[in-house]
Design a protein. Structure first.
Length: 69
């Protein structure tokens, strides 16, 4: 497996799920779906040992802060 996606599934009880993909396009599709449903999602390349993209979403004082780097 070349690509790994990690994501938080609950806000109050820390729990992380991990999925592995051989296909970059499959990993990107899943990452996109998870970004719309989770607070934190990380897409990484296991061969290069790098994080490709990290998505984070927080609600603060009635407003939403989204960070993607």
């Amino acid at each position: 497996m070349r690509y790994m996606i990690c994501y938080a599934v609950r806000e109050n009880i820390p729990q992380v799920e991990t999925e592995y993909y051989d296909s970059f396009s499959d990993a990107v599709q899943r990452y996109t779906v998870l970004c719309s449903n989770c607070r934190d999602v990380v897409l990484s390349d296991l061969v290069q040992m790098t994080i490709i993209r990290h998505f984070s979403s927080r609600k603060l004082n009635g407003s939403v802060s989204v960070t993607s780097y």
